[in-house]
Design a protein around this ligand. Sequence first.
Ligand SMILES: [Zn+2]
Ligand SMILES: [Zn+2]
Length: 327
Amino acid sequence: MILRSGFISLVQKRLCEFFDESIGSGTPSLDIHRRNLKRLEGRWRNIQSSTTCLCCLRRRPQYGLTCGHIVCENCVKIFGECSVNDPWIYKVRSCFVCGVETHEEVVIKIHPPTAGVGVLCIDGGGTRGVLPLKFLQRIQDRIGLRIPPQKFFKVVFGTSSGRFSRHVLKGLLMWAGSWSSAGLFIEGWSVNKSLEKAEDMAKVAFRRQKRLRIPIISGIVEFCISYICDGLYPAAHIEAALKEAFKNRRILDYSYATSIGTRVGLLVATIRDPLICVFTNYNGVGTRDPGQGEHFQILLRLVNLMNKAYHVVQPSDEYGNVSLWEM
Ligand SMILES: [Zn+2]
Ligand SMILES: [Zn+2]
């Protein structure tokens, strides 16, 4: 048992000690904080959050590490190892919170505050979604430099268009535009590889159900099935193709986009009660009015067209980090 006043004075005493240490012996507050985190290293492993960065207990976390902890941009700047070649690239060798080493080298690029922002918006349209990829390939060839075109864009939104089935993906739609954005930026595929993958995926996803080979009757049967199921192509095929493409990768996991400092948003829409939802790799959240959010002019135009507010979704799995295929 401890009284509230007793607890407060304990906290106060502790903070005074840290302050004295910092001022008296000149220990940087960074070292004191690191030592405190290390002292409770074992306990942190059982606590995870996708709403608060556990390293600073203040900010919204953005970068998922292999241990499952998600840390904020500010903590990356403070605790990460700054690259000697580029002051905006940070390397993370172990989790700041629990101390577990990262399996692969985690490179995080922070967007410099004075740099401009290139925006890429990839339209959807079922299999026609390969057209934006072809455009990108053309641009890449015309530029003629050995730089992946992804590196020119800092904000990427993949939109979806074309209606599938209300049963597909539990009422959420995600197709070509979102798929291309996820492939190019989250998986880090080259434009050529994305084109190949798009073709492979279309072959699997657009496979029709087995049909009878009786003239007229098979047509009528197919029409009835598509009317009842609200689609010609079974959801299982599309799900299988998405699982094959994205494996278990989740939206907040460390990805190619993290290493080049690109923020990716994937638009989906619910059918039953029409609402535009955005999943992001920077852990955005909340509902935006059509009249607000000047920073996303392109998105805003889309939203205004439909005269609807849009909702930035925080995935609701146990740690708020949902798989790409499922999205
Ligand atoms: Zn933090
Ligand atoms: Zn950790």
